[in-house]
Design a protein around this ligand. Structure first.
Ligand SMILES: [Zn+2]
Length: 434
């Protein structure tokens, strides 16, 4: 049950209003009651927040919850538990479930499960094509009617220009807010590949997935978005030239948004030299120049959002041989600290911009009303409070069911203290409520 809580003396950063100053935040029921200095607790539970940052609850544009169909990897309950632990109040669940989220019935099923057992709001992404097969269009109309705003065949690239064009034109006809998100990889160039194609793939003797496999599809998608005036979102950008293509398209007025993952902002293909399957991700980790271009893209807004691509797998799946192991890393519990440690601390990205890229902007892209701020009286109390200076070493167990985390063993700075979903603490004093 929501209770009354007074967060006292936090640095309140609200990118949607530009607010960045010390304040108290009083929450009553599901909503923010007051924001200001020296507020009277009025009987509310007081949480001392001196030295802590209070911000809108984080919003993830790219989460694989694995339910329905692969509950041995993750469930809606455990995935949203990981989200809460990481400071997220909303996640966007990808459509590559089994059965695929390609009609309104599955959307409703996921939402019902999330309402019953979830510690974060779940916004299901609908598939673009039936069964993610890349052929006939999924039931976009009924899913839009059910409130879905993002469609993606993620896991697969939209295979043909014709299919993407149909999707952009079709989606636009419903409402201007619908966005088509693409996992950009040319299938013919990545077939059989396990890591970025370059000096390290040659020396390790592993088949590569070249950067141009992504860049070709990014260029294709931008050209079609330009021609149709449709709204395209580029998932998990990994290459420097993709960033440049997006930058130019934005200057040309193309309706494009883009995301990058914390692991692509931190690691490179150099981290794969020990054949550690934790670093086997898709798209692959690329070079230091690519990573630096991604960081610059976040800083200047070319890349709008930071999204986790949280991809849980069972221990035995990820412990197989490198070429057999499934790609992906979990990321919800480490995203904020990874960004604080590797982007904010070195001065590459301002703290308020980092928070914006993880809350206000993804909420806007997703149409997640009530999330991402503003932190103002009358608004839903979806909040995160974190200690920007606490250091910790990432180790399992995790709130997630999985342990395939690229950050395991890393020392990170910045730790979630409280997460609040509509007035209820899903994380209190660093402990997940259930
Ligand atoms: Zn993907």
């Amino acid at each position: 049950m929501p209770e009354a809580v007074l967060f006292r003396g936090a640095r309140v950063i609200d990118p949607s209003t530009g607010h960045d100053a010390e304040a108290d935040v009083l929450v009553a029921g599901e909503r923010v009651e007051a924001v200001g200095a020296g507020l009277d607790p009025q009987g509310a539970e007081v949480l001392e927040c001196a030295g802590l940052v209070l911000a809108p609850g984080l919003v993830d544009l790219h989460t694989h919850l694995r339910e329905p169909g692969a509950e041995h990897k993750e469930t809606i309950a455990t995935g949203t538990r990981a989200a809460a632990a990481g400071g997220f109040t909303a996640v966007s669940s990808m459509a590559n479930t089994d059965p695929v989220t390609d009609h309104a019935g599955i959307v409703a099923e996921i939402r019902d499960k999330a309402a019953e057992s979830g510690l974060a709001d779940v916004f299901p992404v609908g598939a673009i094509t039936k069964d993610l097969a890349g052929e006939s269009m999924a039931e976009l109309g009924e899913m839009v009617e059910a409130g879905v705003r993002m469609f993606s065949d993620d896991g697969n690239c939209v295979p043909t220009a014709r299919t993407l064009r149909n999707a952009l034109v079709y989606a636009k006809a419903f409402t201007a807010e619908v966005v088509i998100a693409d996992h950009c990889e040319d299938a013919s160039l990545v077939a059989g590949g396990h890591m970025h194609e370059g000096v390290h793939s040659y020396s390790l003797g592993l088949a590569g997935r070249p950067a141009e496999a992504e860049e070709i599809i990014v260029a294709r998608d931008l050209a079609i978005a330009h021609a149709t005036a449709g709204r395209i979102h580029i998932c998990h950008v990994s290459s420097a030239r993709s960033v440049e293509l997006i930058r130019r398209a934005k200057a040309d007025g193309v309706r494009v948004t883009a995301e990058v993952t914390p692991h692509h902002l931190v690691f490179t293909d150099d981290d794969l030299v020990g054949y550690d399957t934790r670093f086997k991700v898709n798209p692959p980790l690329r070079t230091a120049e690519d990573r630096d271009a991604l960081r610059a893209g976040v800083a200047d807004g070319t890349i709008d959002a930071i999204a986790t691509d949280h991809a849980p797998h069972a221990v035995e799946e990820k412990e197989s041989e490198f070429d057999q192991a499934p790609p992906g890393t979990i990321g919800l519990e480490t995203a904020l600290a990874a960004v604080l440690t590797h982007l904010v601390l070195p001065g590459v990205v301002e703290l308020s911009r980092a928070i914006e890229a993880m809350s206000a902007t993804p909420a806007r892209i997703l149409g997640a009303t009530g999330h991402g701020g503003a932190i103002e009286p009358g608004r839903h109390a979806n909040l995160v409070v974190f200690d920007p200076a606490e250091t910790w070493v990432v180790e399992p167990p995790f709130a997630s069911k999985a342990r395939n985390c690229a950050f395991t063993g890393s020392e990170l700075m910045g730790r979630v203290r409280h997460t609040m979903l509509r007035g209820s603490l899903t994380v209190a004093d660093g402990k997940v409520s259930r």
